[in-house]
Design a protein around this ligand. Structure first.
Ligand SMILES: *[C@@H]1O[C@H](CO)[C@@H](O)[C@H](O)[C@H]1NC(C)=O
Ligand SMILES: *[C@@H]1O[C@H](CO)[C@@H](O)[C@H](O)[C@H]1NC(C)=O
Ligand SMILES: *[C@@H]1O[C@H](CO)[C@@H](O)[C@H](O)[C@H]1NC(C)=O
Ligand SMILES: *[C@@H]1O[C@H](CO)[C@@H](O)[C@H](O)[C@H]1NC(C)=O
Ligand SMILES: *[C@@H]1O[C@H](CO)[C@@H](O)[C@H](O)[C@H]1NC(C)=O
Ligand SMILES: *[C@@H]1O[C@H](CO)[C@@H](O)[C@H](O)[C@H]1NC(C)=O
Ligand SMILES: *[C@@H]1O[C@H](CO)[C@@H](O)[C@H](O)[C@H]1NC(C)=O
Ligand SMILES: *[C@@H]1O[C@H](CO)[C@@H](O)[C@H](O)[C@H]1NC(C)=O
Length: 655
């Protein structure tokens, strides 16, 4: 209050003093206007001078009513001071000062809006009078303004301006003004584009409430616009402004482009992947009528799915192509599309040339190429026995040896896509004369009646192996099997005296032979046999299973050489017991012996296959379904009996 009073007093200093004088000698000076807030106290000063001196003056105060009449509210002379009764100011005014001082002040308490009138001060003496007037201005500060934006989206397709929002300011006096702003620029009415609709309410209190509605023809760019209102109102001595907060509008506009992309997988796509295509247009709101489909020249249906996601499972190269997404505006039914190219990478099965098997002469060079059809660059690697022997598509091996024979695997990979891999293989046979692996010992002392000999031979074509004794007798071969190292031939011979036995391997390219010398020490008690030797059968194949293979790689990875049919040596002199009953009994025996054999297998450590001195081994390899080696040792006195799974009973050295 004090501040306000000070401000209007200060203001008053700048107002030119207006002089009303009836005669040149008497003057009354008053301010043009006095400004005050409603409820405050107003003071109106009346100053007068007289050339004759001041005395005997009559002072009267009037206000001008709404109808323009003068209404006296106060009278004062040297004798009395009278406030007029029954006026609107009766209880609220007072005047101090006298004619003697040349200045009187009318004080109005609790100023009301209706008090904002013209006040007249009239000075009289017996012969003269003079008067002055002041306009009282009353102000009411309005409440803080409010703004309310429309919550629904506004379409750019609307033909006439759409409502953006409403601003309101209440209880101001005099009437406040509302100005709309868009992004700090005041808006003015523009026909068919900007409509500002104001409305004023006069409250019962005499204060004004003002509303303003903004209607706009929105464009897409308005989506980021900020709108607000500024309210300006008068205060004593000037104007003030307040602003509302800012509002956004949501603008609905049709899309101009459609974006379709492969959401997953990121990066290269390969056959078998599941791919997910996503689509979105840039309209607001995004269209709900959206579909993705394979783009076909002739627009046949193809894969299609309504919705912004298309999932293709287990794709193949045939799924490569352009995928198109179409969005239809629900208002205008105009459609726009976008497309994306999808490429499904592939890697076909590896092709090795030459196919399957290759036969090379000893010392010669051989080549094999390996590749797989792919959409990307491939790399190849050749492996032998699990180790990389060459990197590149064409394998070249110079100077073929038996060591270089065997299975070569080629692995084709795609460097750009790690998971893509395929492989092929080729089997290499190296032609050459037989080569018998020299055992540790060919001098054997035998304490037993039979002795087992074995011979490991490499060579291709598979050599024919013949066993013979020094006296020119051919020996019956016990078994022949393929191992990783070559062809293994075994024989059991009956020892009665010192004897020499030879293993003679031959094929088209040559011959190799190995001689064993077996001695029977006289007057020596044969030591009890405590060790039996078994051959692990997991890495071997008997001739009976490979006898019919003719140089092609078998499915068994363990075979490292091939055997021609003519080299197969079937077991001979098999005595058959024709009775079914006996066979049944024998089968039971086999099962029992199988258990016994297994136990023995694990109990005794492995011995040398052939040329073991000081021990007489009786072995018989069986490649039966259970891979069980059955062995039986008849302790000197009894004949060794070998039993196969097929129920055959063999006396190996029966001659
Ligand atoms: C009234 O005032 C005027 C002007 O100052 C003066 O000439 C006149 O003498 C005054 N009359 C009386 C009775 O004082
Ligand atoms: C009027 O009276 C008030 C107190 O009622 C006083 O403060 C003020 O100074 C007076 N004014 C004049 C012009 O005498
Ligand atoms: C209005 O929208 C713009 C752009 O989207 C945004 O940056 C701004 O924060 C919004 N303002 C309000 C008051 O919501
Ligand atoms: C309100 O607008 C009117 C008309 O434009 C103007 O005369 C008046 O001075 C304005 N009032 C304020 C407080 O700005
Ligand atoms: C599309 O149709 C034309 C003519 O009808 C035909 O020649 C062409 O092969 C078709 N293309 C495809 C991809 O089906
Ligand atoms: C993927 O497709 C291929 C060929 O079309 C098919 O052999 C294979 O079983 C499929 N895999 C799955 C998981 O559906
Ligand atoms: C795919 O879109 C590109 C540009 O976005 C355009 O050049 C091309 O012609 C479109 N292809 C098809 C098949 O629609
Ligand atoms: C091995 O057998 C071949 C033919 O069968 C024969 O020519 C050769 O002399 C034999 N060698 C030995 C050492 O017995």
């Amino acid at each position: 209050m004090a501040v306000r009073t000070a401000s209007f007093l200060l203001f008053g200093l700048f107002v030119t003093f207006h002089t009303w004088g009836a005669w040149a000698d008497m003057e009354v000076n008053m301010e043009d206007r006095v400004e005050v807030y409603k409820g405050d106290t107003a003071q109106i000063t009346c100053m007068f001078t007289s050339s004759e001196g001041i005395g005997n003056t009559i002072i009267q105060w009037f206000y001008v009513t709404e109808t323009g009449e003068r209404q006296k509210i106060y009278y004062q002379d040297s004798m009395s001071q009278i406030v007029d009764r029954a006026t609107r100011f009766t209880d609220r005014i007072s005047v101090n000062g006298t004619g003697a001082t040349g200045e009187v002040v009318l004080t109005i308490r609790d100023v009301q809006l209706a008090d904002g009138r013209e006040f007249i001060c009239l000075i009289k003496n017996l012969t003269d009078d003079s008067k002055g007037s002041t306009q009282l201005k009353v102000f009411g500060t309005p409440d803080l303004p409010t703004i309310e934006g429309v919550q629904t989206g506004i379409s750019v397709n609307e033909v006439s301006p759409s409502k953006i929002g409403t601003c309101e300011v209440k209880n101001g006096f005099p009437r406040p003004n509302i100005t709309w702003y868009r992004n700090n620029t005041p808006l003015q009415s523009v026909p068919d584009e900007v409509e500002i609709v104001p409305s004023v309410t006069s409250e019962s209190s005499g204060l004004f409430s003002v509303k303003s509605e903004l209607n706009l023809k929105v464009v897409k760019e308005d989506k980021n616009d900020e709108f607000y209102c500024e309210v300006s109102y008068f205060v004593p001595g000037g104007t003030r402004m307040t602003e509302t907060h800012r509002i956004n509008i949501s603008v609905f506009y049709p899309p101009t482009a459609v974006n379709v992309w492969v959401e997953s997988p990121k990066g290269n796509i390969k056959e078998g992947d599941s791919i997910e295509l996503h689509c979105e247009d840039n309209g607001n709101p995004p269209s709900s009528i959206i579909s993705i489909k394979r783009f076909e020249e002739n627009n046949s249906d193809g894969q299609s799915l309504d919705g912004e996601v298309l999932v293709l499972n287990n794709v193949t190269r045939r799924d490569s192509g352009v995928y198109q997404c179409t969005s239809i505006d629900s208002d205008t039914f105009q459609s726009i599309s976008g497309n994306v190219s999808v490429f499904v990478h592939f890697l076909d099965a590896a092709v090795v040339i030459p196919q399957d098997t290759i036969v090379v002469a000893m010392g010669e060079e051989f080549k094999a190429t390996c590749n797989a059809l792919s959409s990307l660059k491939t790399q190849a690697e050749w492996l032998k026995d699990g180790e990389v022997v060459f990197k590149g598509h064409t394998l070249t091996v110079k100077d073929a040896t038996f060591d270089k024979a065997g299975m070569y695997e080629c692995v084709v990979t795609v460097p750009e896509i790690e998971e893509m891999k395929t492989s092929g293989s080729i089997f290499v046979n190296v032609k050459g004369p037989p080569e018998i692996l020299k055992p540790d010992n060919t001098e054997i002392e035998s304490y037993d009646t039979t002795v087992d000999l074995s011979c490991m031979v490499r060579g291709f074509p598979a050599p024919k192996i013949i066993w013979s004794t020094s006296d020119g007798q051919d020996l019956e071969m016990a078994s022949e099997m393929m191992t990783e190292d070559g062809l293994q031939s075994r024989v059991s011979i009956q020892v009665t005296s010192d004897i020499t036995a030879s293993c003679n391997a031959s094929n088209d390219h040559g011959t190799d032979a190995l001689t064993f010398n077996i001695k029977t020490p006289v007057n020596t008690t044969p030591p009890p046999v405590t060790t039996t030797t078994t051959i692990p059968t997991t890495t071997t194949t008997t001739t009976t299973t490979t006898a019919t293979t003719t140089g092609t790689a078998t499915a068994t990875t363990i075979s490292s050489a091939t055997v021609k049919a003519e080299t197969a040596i079937p077991p001979k002199k098999i005595r058959k017991e024709g009775s079914g009953v006996i066979i049944a009994v024998i089968i039971i025996c086999i099962l029992l012996l199988a258990i016994l054999g297994s136990v023995l297998y694990f109990l005794y450590k492995k011995g040398k296959i052939c040329g073991r001195s000081g021990k007489q081994d009786l072995t018989k390899d069986k490649s039966n379904k259970d891979n069980i080696v059955v062995e039986m040792k008849s302790d000197n006195t009894e004949e060794a009996v070998l039993l196969g799974v097929n129920g055959e009973k063999q006396s190996p050295n029966e001659q």
